[in-house]
Ligand binder design. Structure first.
Ligand SMILES: Nc1ncnc2c1ncn2[C@@H]1O[C@H](COP(=O)(O)OP(=O)(O)O)[C@@H](O)[C@H]1O
Ligand SMILES: [Mg+2]
Length: 243
């Protein structure tokens, strides 16, 4: 489904070059989930934005469904850090934003998605009137409203309290299992990676290089966090990150 080959991305000009992504290579099967785990500033957002078609890589190739990624694809949704809501738009307006951008407004299923995420009665509220957890759910609703086959997420749960974070992780797990989209998420949170990633790629400090690829085949149950396998994976990821 997604194929990344020898990707290199840098910012700036030749004399002041900032390398962000260096020789990254991986692939993700259709319907699989991949976590990209790395420290702050290592190049995670840069890599994800390239997959989303928002940044053009300097070297290497990037394919989705066998097609070269050039610009934003209609079947790819992106959930931004801190939800990325427009403060002057209501919940309804924000949930329909990607559809407006891709010229399909209003969405048949935007209402159903808001209902499913418990946001229906807040349809006409503005982001400032919502809790942090609800704002993140509006960001998720926006992404789901286009019925994506690929879901890209950039630290969607950073700076949430621990309980809300776990609840929304559970929601991501259920949505992924129900809808079978291909999920690629970026995080610096080891436990989030272990809970949501069937496969986890550990990235180095900037420029992002692959340090390890960790298989996590037993993820999937909602109570996975309570299992010894989860703790084994968390300990292993922590060790690799600290190396
Ligand atoms: N637009 C930009 N221009 C120049 N440098 C940038 C730009 N965006 C990011 N960088 C640099 O690239 C590196 C990786 O950034 P980013 O991909 O945002 O990392 P992460 O998401 O892992 O925190 C950082 O060191 C950052 O300073
Ligand atoms: Mg980032």
């Amino acid at each position: 489904m997604i194929e990344v080959k020898r990707l290199k991305i840098f910012y700036g000009s030749a004399d002041r070059r900032v390398e962000a992504v260096d020789e990254i290579e991986f692939s993700v099967d259709q319907g699989a989930s991949l976590g990209l785990l790395g420290p702050s500033g290592c190049g995670k957002t840069t890599l994800l934005f390239a997959i989303a078609g928002l940044i053009t890589p300097n070297e290497g190739s990037l394919l989705i469904d066998g097609e070269k990624v050039v610009g934003i694809r209609r079947d790819v949704a992106l959930i931004l850090q801190n939800a990325g809501l427009l403060p002057w738009k209501t919940v309804w307006g924000n949930a329909n934003l990607s559809l407006k951008l891709s010229g399909r407004y209003p969405a048949e299923n935007a209402a159903a998605v808001l209902e499913e995420l418990g946001l229906a009665e807040f349809r006409d509220s503005f982001p400032s009137e919502l809790s942090e957890g609800m704002k993140r759910r509006v960001g998720i609703a926006r992404a789901l409203a286009i019925t994506p086959s690929v879901m890209l997420m950039d630290e969607p749960l950073a700076s949430l309290d621990a309980i809300t974070q776990e609840r929304i992780q559970n929601l991501f797990l259920e949505l992924w299992q129900e809808r079978r989209f291909t999920m690629v998420f970026v995080t610096h949170d080891i436990e989030e990676a272990a809970f949501l990633g069937e496969k986890i790629i550990v990235l180095s400090e900037r420029p992002a290089r692959i340090k390890a690829i960790v298989e996590n085949p037993q993820m999937g149950p909602l109570n996975y966090r309570e299992t010894s396998e989860f703790h084994r994976i968390v300990t292993h990821l922590r060790m690799v990150m600290e190396q």
